[in-house]
Design a protein around this ligand. Structure first.
Ligand SMILES: Cc1cc2nc3c(=O)[nH]c(=O)nc-3n(C[C@H](O)[C@H](O)[C@H](O)COP(=O)(O)OP(=O)(O)OC[C@H]3O[C@@H](n4cnc5c(N)ncnc54)[C@H](O)[C@@H]3O)c2cc1C
Length: 418
């Protein structure tokens, strides 16, 4: 099997930047992504939907290089023999051999359980945005956006532009905490502040409630209203959708498959984005949540390094600034202990296997809870409840075992007999 010189897993901003940097000197590069089009989360939908000039520039450069190939609708599910990848594609399983690998697998949402969070109509904030970008009609629908962090503004903006009526944005952090965050942005990241102010201007008719937390979602067969607490007062807000965002978590399955060292819930990398495994680099949200600027800066450095080139001083400074913003985000919007109290004993925590908090609480570890209750053993393989239990009980969930995503029997058979 011919070894591909550079394989990039994930074609979001980090993967696209890595591919552009790695292929600049004629190096053959293969980009792999499970989505039907490149762009990752923020540039979801592919080139026809992109308004960000950076995405357009990257795509123009990549499209002009015949040595760059893109495989979409293709998911990495396992490693085969050493130096090979097992991919699940629309046309069946496929094995590839690689020399150097750049992991740009992005992030997923942290979903925290509260009464009613499994009702139809309740989604993650980013999940709701992804559905809308994928064409789900929301025109005229009343949507409450709740949780914490700047993603709430981006989601509310997408919803409003798609014709939804955003009834409010309920931000868990207090006005004083948000003012401190704004002050630090003004001092160190004025472009980010300007971006936030532009979003606020577009959302000027939407009430932005500070220190406000959704305590429960109610309805019979689907969501009818959400119970909102603010300043000790509780009120019901009628809505068709509740989009709740408590933050993002690095996606670690791919790095775990290759045995890359992890620390503090993210892939550990050095200054050249090199992981602990020879020939494997990582970039973007998988090395820590920081948004598109960090993904682009890290992707570029990882791509250069994978092609044997070094980053310039300006590229290093761009990365340092993006990483400082990432630290500020983590410090300002980490989930608070008060969010644990949202989960009552009767709240479902593992929604695949219908396991409630009262059944989980007596256990000492994730493993014990899994064995005794089946939590984490359903279709999502603990991707949702594993992180929730980590937050609720401090349990460390073991990484996913290969195949890291559900696959067809044909795909499994090809692992057994490559
Ligand atoms: C749901 C959601 C919505 C978001 N919305 C916004 C927003 O509106 N504005 C904003 O600034 N930021 C948003 N973010 C943050 C966003 O992650 C970053 O801004 C940016 O997209 C990060 O780029 P990335 O390349 O690191 O990761 P991503 O953009 O997440 O790209 C990772 C890519 O890896 C692919 N991938 C992962 N695992 C596999 C696998 N096993 N096989 C093949 N492909 C794989 C994914 O399909 C994805 O395309 C959002 C994040 C999430 C999770």
């Amino acid at each position: 099997m011919t070894r591909l010189p550079v394989v990039i897993l994930g074609a979001g901003p980090a993967g696209l930047a890595a591919a552009e940097a790695a292929s600049a000197n004629g190096q053959p590069v293969l980009l792999v992504d499970e989505n039907p089009a490149p762009g990752g989360q923020i540039w979801r939908g592919g080139p026809p939907h992109w308004s960000d000039a950076r995405a357009g520039r990257l795509w123009k450069a990549l499209s002009a290089r015949p040595q760059v190939k893109l495989l979409c609708g293709t998911r990495l599910v396992a490693c085969g023999a050493p130096g090979t990848l097992l991919l699940d594609t629309d046309h069946g399983p496929r094995t590839l051999a690689w020399e150097r690998l750049v992991i740009c697998s992005g992030a997923r949402e942290l979903l925290l359980p509260f009464p009613g969070w499994t009702l139809p109509g309740v989604t993650g904030a980013g999940g709701m945005q992804a559905l809308v970008k994928g064409g789900m009609p929301v025109a005229g629908k009343r949507v409450l956006v709740a949780g914490s962090g700047p993603l709430l503004l981006a989601v509310a903006d997408t919803l409003q532009r798609s014709g939804a009526q955003v009834v409010a944005i309920a931000e868990h952090r207090s006005g004083a905490e948000l003012a401190r965050f704004g002050g630090r942005l003004a001092l160190r990241h004025p472009a980010k502040l300007a971006q936030a102010l532009r979003l606020f201007a577009r959302l000027r008719r939407v009430p932005y409630l500070r220190g406000a937390t959704v305590r429960a979602a109610s309805g019979d067969e689907r969501l009818l209203s959400a119970q909102l607490e603010q300043g000790g007062q509780v009120r019901d807000i009628e809505c068709d959708f509740l989009a709740c965002g408590f933050g993002l978590l690095p996606t670690l399955e791919i790095a775990g498959l290759f045995g890359c060292a992890l620390a503090h819930g993210r892939v550990s990398v050095d200054l050249a984005q090199r992981t602990s495994i020879d020939g494997v680099w990582a970039a973007g949200e998988s090395t820590g949540i920081g948004g598109v600027d960090k993904a682009l800066a890290e992707g570029r450095i990882a791509g250069l390094a994978a092609a044997g080139m070094a980053a310039s001083g300006a590229e290093r400074r761009a990365l340092a600034s993006a990483q400082a913003f990432a630290r500020l985000l983590a410090h300002s919007f980490a989930p608070t202990p008060a969010m644990r109290a949202l989960c009552t004993p009767s709240t479902i925590v593992c929604r695949c296997e219908d396991v409630r908090a009262a059944e989980l609480a007596p256990h000492a570890s994730w493993r014990a809870a899994k064995l005794q209750t089946r939590a984490g053993m359903g279709a999502c393989q603990g991707r949702v409840c594993g992180a929730a239990c980590g937050f609720l009980y401090g349990w460390e969930a073991a990484g996913a075992r290969p195949p890291v995503f559900p696959v067809s029997a044909a795909c499994l058979a090809s692992v057994a007999a490559p």
